[in-house]
Design a binder for this molecule. Structure first.
Ligand SMILES: [Zn+2]
Length: 260
């Protein structure tokens, strides 16, 4: 019987190194990371963004949904939760990128109900044209056996928006010049073909993840100091194991699409 990876967010279960991978992009001047929910970007590419920011890259974020279902408490005030999670995301962006933290855009689609629409694609494409990122990062929409529809739809929207932003006849109503990024990196990759060396930046990823205090129980399964320590150890060991086949202290893996 085929063994499936545990349903953990962000980075894959380590496996044997594929033969044909690229290693560590040149540091982009501007990066744009697009997540379905607050905290997805930190899980997916936090250490990579921290490394780039430390070398001068401006790091922008987009969060597609309002995160209003990110709790196991059936009595939670979801309006209050959504507002709290936006504050947490802004703090996480600061912790990742420091002075090079760029904008954090909240598109506020209802958590769990994100759909691939022309309207949503257009809003994302407009942001790509305005911010002009060299690298766009997002969810891999082709990741098998991941059930959350927001992650799948966020990945499709990201890919569709990259296509729309680069072509002058898409969304002409933007009245903005087209913009073509040099690379698209998809995290939680179904088939990773790119490795980013993040040695020395895992603690920044952890610090940013820990800005999402509302998610300690549901996502990080860490409600006390012992469990938070265990969460840190899990992330450190995961990134170390991903780097090991490449001789790196720590790595994040992606599906890279460069032919944009
Ligand atoms: Zn998510």
């Amino acid at each position: 019987m085929m063994e499936r990876a545990p349903n953990e967010p962000g980075q894959p279960t380590p496996a044997a190194a594929p033969v044909d991978v690229s290693l560590t992009l040149d540091v982009p001047a501007v990066a744009l990371a697009i997540g379905a929910h607050p905290d997805d970007v930190e899980f997916g590419c936090g250490a990579t963004l921290a490394k780039w920011a430390a070398e001068g890259c401006i790091v922008h974020h987009v969060v597609l949904t309002d995160g209003s279902k990110g709790t196991w408490d059936p009595l939670a005030d979801t309006v209050e939760l959504a507002a709290r999670r936006e504050d947490e995301q802004c703090e996480a962006a600061r912790r990742l990128a420091g002075d090079n933290a760029g904008s954090v855009a909240f598109l506020r689609y209802v958590d769990g109900e994100l759909e691939v629409t022309r309207e949503a694609t257009g809003r994302l494409a407009r942001l790509i044209r305005e911010l002009q990122p060299d690298v766009v990062l997002g969810h891999d929409p082709w990741k098998r056996y991941r059930l959350h529809p927001d992650h799948r739809h966020a990945g499709v929207l990201t890919c569709d928006a990259v296509v729309a932003a680069r072509d002058p006849h898409f969304f002409r109503e933007h009245d903005l010049p087209p913009h073509r990024p040099s690379a698209l990196l998809l995290w939680e990759a179904d088939t990773a073909n790119h490795v980013e060396d993040v040695s020395g930046f895992v603690d920044r990823k952890l610090a940013a993840l820990e800005a999402h205090t509302s998610q300690f129980e549901s996502t990080m399964k860490a409600i006390d100091a012992v469990q938070i320590a265990a969460f840190r150890t899990r992330i450190r060991e995961r990134l170390a194991a991903l780097g090991e086949p490449y001789g790196l202290v720590a790595a994040e893996l992606f599906a890279r699409i460069s032919d944009l």
